[in-house]
Design a protein around this ligand. Sequence first.
Ligand code: SAM
Length: 346
Amino acid sequence: MSTGHFYADGDIAEIYRWFAAEAAPSSPTWRAVCDWVARTGAVADRLAALPGMKRQPQLFLAALRRLDAPLTPGPALADWVAEHWDELERTILGHSTQTNEVGRCAVHLPLLAGLADDAGPIALVEVGSSAGLCLLPDAYAYRYRFADRPDLVVGSGTPVIPCRIGGATPAEAAYATPAIAWRCGIDTAPLDPTDPEVAAWLRALIWPGQQEREDRLAGALATAAGLPPVPVITGDALEALPDAVTEARRHADTVVVMHTATLSYVSRDRRARFGALVGGLGARWVSCEGERVVPEVRDRLPAAPYAGPPCFVLALDGRPLARVGQHGGWIDWLTEAAADRTVGPA
Ligand SMILES: C[S@@+](CC[C@H](N)C(=O)[O-])C[C@H]1O[C@@H](n2cnc3c(N)ncnc32)[C@H](O)[C@@H]1O
């Protein structure tokens, strides 16, 4: 039965070839492993037999790291996979791709600060909050780098998150710490940031060789441990949202519903309903997802082909405002004309 998701229904070699290209700019190791999986029938066949979304490459790759597999493609890795398959499969089935990347806070921050500026403190609801680390943007510090002016440091917490800025910052954005009156997460499987097993899995989800991401994660986990726990609703994005927004509205006039790297895990027909749901609840909508994930955003992207590195698109109320690094790191603001342009069906 089709679930309408590439990971669940697609050909494994095709999925892994696609992911190799996505990973290539940031992780030569994962690019090589993914290309190898696509060519190695014995491994691809095992992965193809996994159920539904458990076929996503990120999960297999994180399980390899969590179990200290050799990460050089070739016969030794094929033997290791065969010998450790039971343990690998248990790890894959027992976990989800819940990468909690605080680097993304640097790309959310300008829109959250802009919304808070306009209307006083915001109440923040993050859909797909994982361990809740992106719900604490006001607890970290940021170093924004511009082409034409000195760096700007915002906040004073830990970690300090770097972010390169390109293009002209739109009126909706502000480089400042947002005032957040209340916050909550929604996740089908929330993680406890104080649990060492959770910390180990979050570390395994980071791509090999990305020490700065591991350091950021460690800093954010330490910061979170010193703060009161953030409330999290265990539930599905669409089903839990109305109650979460109703509660949020008791704490602030402006409720912001935010999500990053989450709607891609929701089936296409359900994610097509998400924007209308948020709008109907009277909340502002900050989305940060792959460029084809959110239909409203995809249909309003500039028509010119994009030739840059793999990216997410940062959007406010369905209007694309910037291309950004998938794990944070950079924001390229779209020009106003481009961000306004509608190229999809009217
Ligand atoms: C890749 S993680 C991203 C976490 C966080 N947003 C970040 O950017 O660091 C995606 C999260 O979405 C959650 N998730 C997936 N499908 C969901 C759904 N239908 N409703 C709520 N959460 C969901 C997963 O459990 C996971 O914690």
